[in-house]
Ligand binder design. Sequence first.
Ligand SMILES: NC(=O)N[C@H](N)C(=O)O
Length: 279
Amino acid sequence: MILPEIASTYAFPPGGLPPQDTDPAGSAIFTQAYAVLPANTQRDIVTSLLPGWDGARAWILARPLSGFAETFAQLAVELAPGGGSATPEPDANGQAAILVASGALRLTIAGARHDLKAGHFAYVPAGTAWEICNTSDAPACFHWVRKRFEPIGAGDPLAPVVLHEADAPRNAMPGCEGVWETQRFLDPADIRYDFHVNIVSFAPGGRIPFAETHVMEHGLYVLQGTARYLLNTDWVEVGPGDFMWLRAFCPQACIATGTEPFRYLLYKDVNRHPALSLR
Ligand SMILES: NC(=O)N[C@H](N)C(=O)O
């Protein structure tokens, strides 16, 4: 698939407030199986400040809802100039995956500094000290997926990963003539990872041609293009900046519409036994 030129910015919540003549009905969806938070609902009044962060506001797009039955939290974070955190992760076992949407960020992981721009991905293993700050005089925005690490007690500790989208391996889905591909930031063969964060791309007209139904959850932030997305039994029209949260076993498929590639950032929990009930 011919992907577009590497973007200089990636989709991110618009903030602000829509005009008074906007019809608010019918855009966001929340069900037992999935939720859709369209870009036009990601406004100023749904943001949160975060303990340990300065000059920062966050759209908390997903979090475990039923105790710890769900696996992840997903945030879109906007940093004012000079904003950031020296203690970003409150959970001692929390891991981070970051995709920079716009601006200039300095990420320091275990003392090693990385200057990041739009399209940079970073993985921070659990228990690793990290800091992040906006080094420019304009806002800097990034997507942040958090998951509590489930160690398997074997192998070396995981190492940090910092990689630009342009350098991420591209894997074509077999038998799809290049219309469906996945850019992988974390090695899919490395069982130490308990989640993956990828960018999935479909050429116009490309599709997930069956209702994928699996135990893995998803957070799915649309970066570019449009599609009809099947969520459980509903077809939903989605476009840039729309966020989808899929619980375990939510059936899913899509058909890319429009004339440009349909691309999204995908979170997926992987590689672990399901926890059994205590009873
Ligand atoms: N909705 C998705 O993009 N699902 C992926 N094919 C996946 O689960 O890997």
